[in-house]
Design a protein around this ligand. Structure first.
Ligand code: NAP
Length: 307
């Protein structure tokens, strides 16, 4: 039988690492299951983070995550680069399985984050990694001097479009409405960027090509008119969905699929199981709010273990 950990934290975004810092400083030597391929969460695919307090010059997303990890490890957090594949959360001792083994814990903090939402149009699967991408920082360089499309109108789409303007010959931003959802400062920066061409009231309805992506079919959402846009790269940035599939229905979710917690605590429907970050939050979804929730989850776990 494996040892029983006090706290296992599943996920390694700002919520997971902040929970680890607090649980480690409380002397619980938490174990962080950081993920095998996507350790660090959404910020690993972000460029400059300009709104995390304490970094007046901004900080790159991966650097921020590395600093959080370093801080957690300094106080005794342990890290395994594994994905939780199955969780048994009922009872006093919980079991978390991965492809490499199993871990037991008295308390579990779920900081599972969220996954990129897909367009769900013909060609999206076919041209994945052949022109279709969900991460500008990962794949932008492949589209140097090429025509690029970014789909979405939120902060992610705008940040990605601004980043891609460094590489592409033109960046077409396709948004389903006539107004961006993104924050004012980012929206203004986008609209001032010479290489950016806005396609308002438009949606991508199909992707076409041979071996690689060659065109996106756009539909005007007001007239229904369709037009083909020749393009080499298409970046989908239309939001995220909470990553809860691994929970297999054990924990109560809200109607949008986020883990339900007993606000203002991070307690889930199962005693000893806490949740924080994008997997819970349908409103704020910022690095700083995820970090704050991670702190609360660690304090809640601490109180639970003490009782
Ligand atoms: P988001 O704010 O939910 O925006 C998603 C965008 O995609 C919206 O413009 C939405 O259109 C559009 N969309 C959604 N489903 C669509 C579909 N099926 N087809 C076409 N378009 C679709 O998501 P996000 O941009 O990923 O941002 C998530 C959170 O992270 C936000 O809270 C954001 O502030 C934060 N974030 C912050 C920064 C930063 O501060 N630097 C950077 C990135 C993200 P509608 O507008 O019509 O709904």
């Amino acid at each position: 039988m494996s040892e029983i950990n006090n706290v296992v934290i599943v996920g390694s975004g700002p919520a997971g690492w902040t929970a680890a810092v607090y649980a480690a400083r409380a002397g619980f030597a938490p174990l962080v299951l950081a993920g095998e391929l996507e350790a660090g969460g959404a910020l690993m695919t972000t460029t400059e983070v300009e709104n995390f307090p304490g970094f007046p010059e901004g900080i790159m997303g991966p650097d921020l995550m590395a600093k959080m990890q370093e801080q957690a490890e300094r106080f005794g957090a342990r890290v395994e680069y594994e994905d939780a594949t199955e969780l048994e959360l009922a009872g006093e001792v919980k079991t978390i399985r991965t492809a490499y083994g199993e871990y037991r814990a008295r308390a579990v903090i779920l900081a599972l984050g969220s996954a990129h939402r897909r367009l769900g149009v013909p060609g999206e699967e076919e041209f994945a990694a052949k022109g279709v991408s969900y991460c500008a920082t990962c794949d932008g360089f492949f589209f140097k001097d090429k025509e690029i499309v970014v789909v979405g109108g939120g902060d992610s789409a705008v940040t990605e479009a601004l980043f891609l303007a460094r590489f592409g010959s033109a960046v077409h931003v396709v948004h389903r409405r006539d107004e961006l959802r993104a924050s004012k400062v980012l929206a203004e920066r986008l609209l001032a960027e010479e290489k950016v061409q806005m396609h308002w009231n438009s949606k991508v309805v199909e992707l076409k090509g041979g071996d690689v992506l060659e065109a996106a079919v756009l539909e005007d959402t007001t007239t229904g008119e369709r037009a083909e846009l020749p393009v080499s790269g298409l970046f989908v940035a239309i939001g995220h969905d909470p990553r809860t599939a691994v929970l297999g229905g054990q924990v109560a979710l809200d109607d949008a699929g986020h883990i339900r917690v007993e606000e203002p605590s991070t307690r889930t429907s199962i005693p000893g199981v806490f949740a924080a970050g994008d997997v819970v939050d349908r409103t704020y979804r910022q690095a700083i709010t995820a970090a704050a929730a991670g702190c609360r989850a660690a304090l809640d776990a601490q109180a639970y273990l003490a009782s």
